[in-house]
Design a protein around this ligand. Sequence first.
Ligand code: GLC
Length: 446
Amino acid sequence: METKQTELDFIEAAKTVLTMNDKGAYTAPVSSSMYPHQWLWDSCFIAIGLRHYDIEKAKLEILSLFRGQWANGMLPNMILSDDKNSRNAKIWRSWVNPNAPDDVGTSGITQPPVLAEAIVRIGQKLSKPERRTWYKTIFPALLAYHEWLYAERDPYGEGLVLLVHPWETGLDNTPPWMHELKDHQMPLWIQAIDKLKLSSLFHFFRNDTKFVPAEERMGTIDALALYSTQRRLRRKNYDIKRILTRTQFTIEDISFNSMLIRANQHLVEIAKFIREDLPGSLLESMKRTERALEQLWDPYASQYFSREFVSHRLLKQPTIGTLMPLYAGSITKERAKQLVKLLEDSQLFGTHYPIPSVPVNNEYFSPKRYWQGPSWVNTNWLIIDGLKRYGFRDHAEALRESTVDMVKQSGFYEYFSPLDGKPSGAPNFSWTAALIIDLLADKDNS
Ligand code: GLC
């Protein structure tokens, strides 16, 4: 009885976080001014929690994302909350590209495609006629988004989509990107700042470290590298043809492509439900992605890696992305078993509070540094879902329980040390709260 009450209080506390961050049409990642905008994959995870107690709000969260959709189908990772004269609007200047919407400022890049997942999860809570209406409302824009991903990001029809900025992975300072940026695309002025150890002089341009201790964020040199990459894209007006003809570094990201495979499966399900045909070329591309994912398997390391787009060189830095093909669901059971072994290994991903965003024995591992070590609730959620679909029910349940315990113990933080579960980053973080609501509801369903 008492445990039940504690659990109900915990769910209420999670809902309070989402109410606190409610901006009307959407929910911001946190209530402070650190993240005031609408983010693409954040809103998808938020809607997955909201659907359990406010289905209309969950729908609105998703529909609001389409305010930012570009005429070519692109969904930006950020829809800005402020006007065109704001600092952020001036950083992005989305108006340099004719496809950007006129009435709202956006970024010029995208984020992982978990949108179809959120749409289907909302659909599960609706009666069949309501679901049909929901899917019909959303279908054209969702289709345009998937078509854009292939048209612009798989220019040679090879199957894997490419990313033009680390922010597009959602795992901002993930090691393979940071490693390559430093090796190939670090402007001389940033190299000089690094060499002369002057990075502390550049703290002023950072907003995040005003809210969160600097050692829990990426280093300033890494942050400068990300901003300079963003400026390169802006100089090319976010025009993919111009981006690809010059020497811009691009990656076929294992994590993003795994999520795309699952999103494609959902899109097929949605189309079937409303008896819409998907274009043949899109269906072909989808099949190719599933096959091409296997090219990212490295037999020597027995794991998946991201790949550099032009040379097809594997970027052999293991990250949470290594495990994401479990979520894709398209790999063989044999491969899935190999990934589960990595998850069990205490030298790699099998920490006390899994799953670290970088394996613990990796040179980059740092328990509190953003996407270079901490455990995040959203990546855990995706892998729990994948484990279940592959029939690893005990592993899924153990991960669900440790994720819930970690948040119960430490609060609804942005991320957590995988070693002791201690909180890091921003408090009252929306997707942590939303996905805890979902993980607890999940327990009641199983
Ligand atoms: C950070 C995260 C990204 C998230 C955003 C808003 O940039 O790396 O995944 O979407 O914050 O929460």
